[in-house]
Design a protein around this ligand. Sequence first.
Ligand code: KE4
Length: 425
Amino acid sequence: MRDSKSLFEAAGRVIPGGVNSPVRAFRGVGGEPFFVAHGKGARIWDVDGRSYLDFLGSWGPLILGHAPAPVIAAVTEAATRGTSYGAPTGLEVDMAEAITRAFPSIELVRLVSSGTEAAMSAIRLARGATGRPFLVKFDGCYHGHADSLLVKAGSGGATFSIPDSAGVPGPLARLTLTAPFNDLDAVRALFRERGREIAAVIVEPVAGNMGVVPPRPGFLEGLREITLAHESVLIFDEVITGFRVAYGGAQELYGVRADLTCLGKVIGGGLPVGAYGGSRSLMSHVAPLGNVYQAGTLSGNPLAVAAGLATLAELRKPDVYRRLDALGGELERGLRSAADQARVPLTVNRVGSMLTGFFCEGPVTDYASAKRADTKRYARYFHEMLARGVFQAPSQFEAAFVSLAHTDADIALAGRAAAQALTVG
Ligand code: KE4
């Protein structure tokens, strides 16, 4: 088998930047990416024979870890019957029922193949249902790469400091208004100026794409109140938080109901699934019921849905979220202790099993404060951890994820590695 270096060279000859998603290229931390041979449980192995404790978890989907037996069995079984039909299957009904049971705000849900499709479709629906053109998003939040959402985006946008992508026409970008995360006054000001023209507010209820930034107490409730007052659609992008921070996502955790919810990652169990859903009245605008068009050849793909259903079945078992929160808490304590020992300023933000250590003094409550983080320090830490067999997001502005496959010993190992990495880094 070719080594990572030769694979990366070959990849660069036929794939832009040698990767199929920019953040994988290690541009945020320097160096070249390793190529993966396989994963199992909490670990992945590269083609060079090294193994790593994995705290990236494929950017969120792998809440059960790599190749969990129930998921592999479900996908294998589904595959023996075929891989795609372009016609409805019972599995899609099972998934839609599971989602509507988990999210009381969702009466109808449409499956798609990515989080980008989910968010893109949700804002089209909001615009179609309200007849309004404007959209409000938050600096540093990322909702996939649909044109209207690549404005002051997080994730790759933050890593590459390209908050606005080339190729998005000015007239379209100007329909996206932005406000700082956690800043209700800024949102009120936008609504004072354009209230009746704003179709929707889209927000990551727990930001993950500027690094993890929880909502301030009252922030989500405030968005709910403002959007209700202006008859604007409140969209929670729960692509990361859905079934991650609680089985019912951030809506369960914080008790605030959105009008539309975007899902992805966990509901695909590592295969391509996204979803958007909401009230019957809103979703009835979606074709073929209504005149908001959205479609997809592989939407509701049986293999992907089988993986997602097997994943959700595991997440319905007792004490799952207590365990995830306990593991996340152990990792947070390990990182804080390592930073204290090394006298390195580290602000750790965590919600359950998603967390980020920002290399700056706290608090980190929005994109502006997140950007104070020392990205060069993060890059050194990232590589020192990699050298000690711990893999995490190759960017300061992302989340680390703990899975049910991680053990207390794994978390302790990561803490020891961090103590060394922060001392030498
Ligand atoms: P995808 O189209 O990548 O499936 O989902 C887009 C998306 C939507 N909403 C949220 C809150 C998201 O976090 C994402 C995707 N997340 C990034 C990393 N934070 C995916 C990694 C990548 O771009 O390769």
